[in-house]
Write a protein that binds this ligand. Structure first.
Ligand code: G1P
Length: 291
């Protein structure tokens, strides 16, 4: 059975991006011409998913408004012959339906994912953390879904990081490998640098079985006092195989101002609209005001 749902946690407070995110959800900050979360939805679509289940918290309703149809605006653009702009605002609807659930308390990523259970029900689903944008020939989530279709096991995205960095992430210990697929035998959320057993970080893309929901319910608060998705995934390991995909390409962090800028500079050269702007800067011509 193919993966129909992608759970997109967007309940976080955006504290790494203040003051820009004091009022505006960090998921709506633009990267090039579209909001961060739309890149995530496009990645889900490219992985064959047709339903985005977005986890909100109070005050983040603008995200739902963004994905709603805007018929008055559409009519106006059509009347004025602004075909390109019309297509841009209709793109998010194509091949994608949306469902929203709320996380009422900030109890952690595992708890956020658990809120999607009434929508996702008893089938395997994808999960994508929108703070990281895929920059890869085959989008990262599609690489995980391809592995899932062969292995029929929970799949994590893995990336090698330095020893200093590993304590910012979930950390996977792996056993056997099939190319860039590794069987995960242990998963620890944010280990201390001297306790990390590997340099493989668990990144924000997953394919998870419905048994993750009872596993989350059994998970006690862990790192940072939060209910961690990594701990719930670790609880699945004794029940059956869990695999990780050391994906090709990059995940670009847009959750901080510096990461956001670096992401724009990484993506702009392959955009027909934005590449010329960078070229102007390379020629030493500063921004000359209104373009
Ligand atoms: C979350 C996960 C962590 C993962 C990280 C990837 O942590 O809990 O396992 O490595 O995303 O970005 P957070 O960044 O929310 O602290």
């Amino acid at each position: 059975m193919s993966i129909r749902y992608c759970v997109i946690p967007a309940a976080g407070l955006g504290t790494r991006f203040l003051p820009a995110t004091k009022v505006l959800p960090k998921e709506l900050l633009p990267v090039l011409d579209r909001p961060v979360i739309e890149w995530g939805v496009e990645e889900a679509r490219a992985a064959g998913v047709g339903i985005a289940v977005i986890v909100l918290s109070q005050g983040k309703e603008l995200i739902a408004s963004h994905f709603d149809r805007a018929s008055a605006l559409e009519e106006l653009l059509a009347r004025r012959g602004k075909q390109e702009a019309l297509e841009q605002i209709q793109r998010a609807q194509q091949g994608m339906r949306y469902a929203y659930v709320y996380q009422g308390e900030p109890l952690g990523l595992g708890h956020a994912v658990l809120q999607a259970e009434p929508v996702v029900g008893g089938e395997p689903f994808a999960c994508l953390l929108p703070d990281d944008l895929s920059h890869a020939a085959t989008p990262v989530l599609a690489q995980l879904v391809a592995a899932y279709e062969q292995l029929h096991s929970p799949i994590l995205a893995l990336m090698r990081v330095s020893r200093e960095q590993i304590s910012r992430f979930g950390c996977a210990t792996v056993a056997e490998s099939r190319g860039n697929w590794h069987r995960v035998i242990k998963a620890v959320e944010k280990p201390a640098p001297d306790e990390a057993e590997s340099d493989l970080a668990i990144m924000g893309r997953y394919v998870l079985p419905p048994s993750i929901f009872p596993a989350i319910r059994r998970t006690r608060p862990g790192a940072g006092g939060e209910i961690q998705l990594t701990d719930a995934v670790a609880a699945l390991i004794p029940e059956g195989e869990v695999w990780g995909v050391e994906f090709e390409g990059q995940l670009l962090d847009v959750g901080t101002p510096a990461g956001w800028l670096a992401t724009q500079l990484t993506l702009a050269p392959s955009s027909p609209t934005f590449a010329p702007v960078l070229e102007q800067f390379a020629l030493g011509k500063a921004h000359e005001g209104k373009q």
